[in-house]
Each structure stands twice: as structure tokens, then as C-alpha cells.
Design a binder for this molecule. Structure first.
Ligand code: 13P
Length: 211
């Protein structure tokens, strides 16, 4: 199987797994991967639970649609990460419940809406998770707002919308999106409790050890 064929299968398998576990409902969410000469992205209005590898949208290196179904209306959201982060090989956008709940809170720190509660949140997300102001889905004005943050953050939370997560591989991006959802859930569950956060030294050690 070619690299591209394997990536097409992997997008559909991982998307179905996310959908089966409730990380995405209806036609919410989109996933892309970088190829040697372009990108694959899920079609607009497609259900992550029922993707067809042959119908994924194919974009050329200039993000022009060259094959498959009509691409997600949020190509620019993915482009913001690929342009800002040459190491990004995949981008996952979800409307997963807990991360989106945090993105709707009015009294969070927009520079760090989720505190460092657990090591895997720091290891997978990298310690930076800025909140990007609200834009309607599909609004191209979102691109510069995301790009400005993506230079120093692997993932962002879109206010009142959901998370966007990049990764050094498709699996990494999916794992990070899952870990972000768990961290958001823990944060919401513990919001009114007295909580012990990871210390600055513990976060620094994780960054040193796991990058
Ligand atoms: P698309 O169906 O165009 O990918 O949009 C889904 C979505 O998640 C919008 O935020």
C-alpha cells in the first residue's frame, strides 16, 4: 500500500474511532494530513464515523482542490497550522464536549484556559493552549488569528467552538486531541475543588524530558 493509501485508511479508521466514542457528533469536526505534494482533508459535511478513503478531499501544495469530495470549509484553519508549524503533519478539529465547554467559559485565562493538571496533558499538548476569539465556522478571518498562536502552540481552543490540535503525525494529533478532551473534563470536574496543579518545575521537567 502506498503512503497516501495508508494515510487515507488511517484517517478513516481514527475518525471512526473518535466518532464511536463521542468525540464528534453529526458532521462536526475535520481532519487533515500533510502529503509530500499536498494534503488530504475530510470532506465538508461528512460524518467522521462514516468516511470513505477514496472520497477524502485531495488538495495540492497550494491548498487547491484537485480530487475527491468538496473539502471542509475550514481548510484555512488547517493551513494556519501547517504554515506556522513546518513540523505539523496532521491537524484535528473537534467539537468535543468538555474542551468546547471550557471554550464557552467567560472567566478563564485566555492564555491558559486549562491548567497543567496531569503530565500527559503537558506532554501531548506541550504546555501552551491559547484561546482564540470567536469567529463563525468557515470565517477566513480565523486564519490569521490561529496562525499568530500556532507559531508557539501545538493546539488552540476556539472560543465557543472547539479545539484544533496539530501533531508530528496523524496518530500524535489524534492522541493529543483525546488527551486535551480528558484534561478539559478533569478541569471542569475539579473547577470548584481545591486542586493541586503540577508545579512550574514539574512542567519544566516534562518539557525537558518529552519535548
Ligand atoms: P466541515 O463539515 O466543513 O468540515 O465543518 C465542520 C466543522 O467542524 C465546522 O467547525
Amino acid at each position: 500500500m502506498s503512503d497516501e493509501a495508508a494515510l487515507r485508511e488511517a484517517i478513516c479508521t481514527l475518525a471512526a474511532s473518535l466518532f464511536a466514542r463521542g468525540f464528534s457528533v453529526g458532521s462536526a469536526g475535520n481532519i487533515s494530513v500533510r502529503l509530500a505534494d499536498g494534503f488530504l482533508i475530510t470532506p465538508t459535511n461528512s460524518c467522521l464515523g462514516r468516511l470513505d478513503p477514496a472520497r477524502l478531499a485531495r488538495l495540492d501544495a497550494g491548498y487547491r482542490h484537485v480530487g475527491g469530495d468538496k473539502p471542509s470549509k475550514e481548510v484555512f484553519m488547517h493551513r494556519a497550522f501547517y504554515a506556522a508549524r513546518p513540523d505539523a503533519q496532521a491537524v484535528v478539529h473537534l467539537h468535543s464536549t468538555w474542551a468546547t465547554a471550557v471554550a464557552c467559559l467567560d472567566d478563564i485565562d485566555p492564555r491558559a484556559p486549562i491548567p497543567p493538571l496531569t503530565p500527559y496533558f503537558v506532554m501531548r499538548i506541550g504546555g501552551a493552549l491559547p484561546l482564540v476569539p470567536y469567529y463563525r465556522p468557515g470565517d477566513p478571518a480565523m486564519e490569521p488569528a490561529i496562525a499568530a498562536e500556532a507559531r508557539t502552540a501545538r493546539a488552540v481552543l476556539l472560543a465557543n467552538h472547539g479545539p484544533v490540535v496539530s501533531g508530528g503525525s496523524l496518530t500524535d494529533a489524534v492522541y493529543a486531541a483525546e488527551e486535551l478532551e480528558e484534561a478539559a473534563k478533569l478541569f471542569m470536574l475539579l473547577r470548584r475543588e481545591r486542586v493541586r496543579h503540577l508545579s512550574a518545575d514539574q512542567v519544566a521537567e516534562l518539557r525537558r524530558t518529552f519535548g
